[in-house]
Design a binder for this molecule. Structure first.
Ligand code: 5AD
Ligand code: FES
Length: 350
């Protein structure tokens, strides 16, 4: 084993200079993926967890330069799901074996704290054995607290980039990395299992940005880390930028697995969009979560964060079956389980 991989495997950390080398060359890839898979099996066996994703609104008050549902995109038909529609997605998902529902949406002021409270409470009442994950952006501390009281127990909020200047190149002036980080810290403080993450190959990203991403994650210690390649959306200011590199994304999945053995790392839809086998490759590089789409088929195409997003045509059951096949073909197995993070203190599963 090369010294650099050995150190990462044994101590979960390496200095910046070595990280840079690992990120910038394909030289270590084979060994990196081999050890990432080894440690993933020590902690999680071949288990892959599923999270049913419900994209309940594509309205967004923000204007992130990379995102297809940004407010300034006037060529997008907007939609919102009612509470009943969301509940019927949960019902379908529950029957398919999902024990985690992820409610994701743009930052949509229509869904006031009271509305979110009501939606979450009702899901909580009906599905006592499920995890409820929210992914609805930056909110004040009190709002996060309200949702937690309603029964939400997980929250996904990618930091997108941990470099202040880079952050400013991806977002309008009203948004700041500082606020984003504060939100993440607040969520943890309240007691949520927090998921964060970043895009790989977003415009103006450098290796130093990626190193900062990893360092920030070490500080935050999130339960879940989601990454995917940047993919240009034709109706955004970044429409002419080139897409993030698939191999670099996989390499970062491997590095993340070695640095955060306990983490839940999804093989993301963006990976599957970058390559038809992207999610399978993600699983082999260390990912252990898949997030099949549970949104009603008629709205799926409208939740287009980037061009050519996959899984927009299939019914929930088809999506589920397709993912089961893919996970099996990669050498792993979907488990129907609430899929909590295994804490640092727990014994690895041998
Ligand atoms: N390419 C890849 N990922 C994107 N996201 C948003 N826009 C894009 C894009 N153009 C990601 C962001 C966000 C998540 C929901 O989707 O990282 O946090
Ligand atoms: Fe919606 Fe960025 S455009 S959060």
């Amino acid at each position: 084993m090369t010294a650099i991989i050995e150190q990462l495997y044994e101590t979960r950390d390496i200095p910046d200079t070595e990280l840079k080398l690992l990120i910038e060359t394909k030289h270590y890839d084979r060994e990196l993926f081999q050890y990432a898979d080894k440690i993933r099996k020590e902690y999680y066996g071949t288990d892959v967890y599923v999270r049913g994703l419900i994209e309940f609104t594509n309205y967004c008050k923000n204007d992130c330069f990379y995102c297809g549902i940004r407010q300034s995109n006037r060529n997008l038909e907007r939609y919102r799901l009612s509470k009943d529609e969301i509940l019927s997605c949960c019902e379908i998902g529950y029957k398919l074996g999902y024990r985690t529902f992820v409610l994701q949406g743009g930052e949509d002021p229509f869904y006031t704290d009271k509305r979110i409270y009501e939606i979450v409470s009702e899901i909580r009442k009906k599905y006592t054995d499920c995890a409820i994950t929210l992914s609805i952006g930056e909110k004040p501390y009190e709002s996060y607290e309200t949702f937690f009281k309603a029964g939400a127990n997980r929250y996904l909020l990618r930091h997108e980039t941990a470099d202040t200047e880079h952050y400013a190149k991806l977002h309008p002036a009203e948004m700041s990395l500082e606020n984003r980080k504060n939100c993440l810290r607040n969520l943890k403080k309240i007691g949520y299992q927090v998921g964060s993450g970043f895009m790989v190959g977003s415009p103006f990203q450098t290796t130093d940005c990626l190193i900062k991403d990893l360092r920030f994650l070490q500080e935050l210690e999130p339960a879940m880390i989601g990454i995917g390649p940047f993919i240009a959306h034709h109706e955004t200011p970044f429409n002419r930028f080139k897409n993030g590199d698939l191999q670099l994304t996989l390499r970062l999945v491997g590095i993340l697995r070695l640095m955060f053995p306990y983490a839940l790392i999804p093989a993301t839809t963006a990976l599957g969009t970058a390559d038809p086998q992207g999610r399978e490759m993600g699983l082999r590089a260390g990912a252990n979560v898949v997030m099949p789409n549970l949104s009603p088929v008629d709205v799926r195409k409208k939740y287009e964060l980037y061009d050519n997003k996959i899984c927009t045509g299939d019914e929930a059951a088809e999506c589920r079956a397709c993912l089961s096949r893919r996970v099996l073909s990669a050498g792993y197995e979907i488990v129907t389980d609430i899929g909590h993070v295994r804490s640092l203190k727990e014994q690895p599963k041998k």
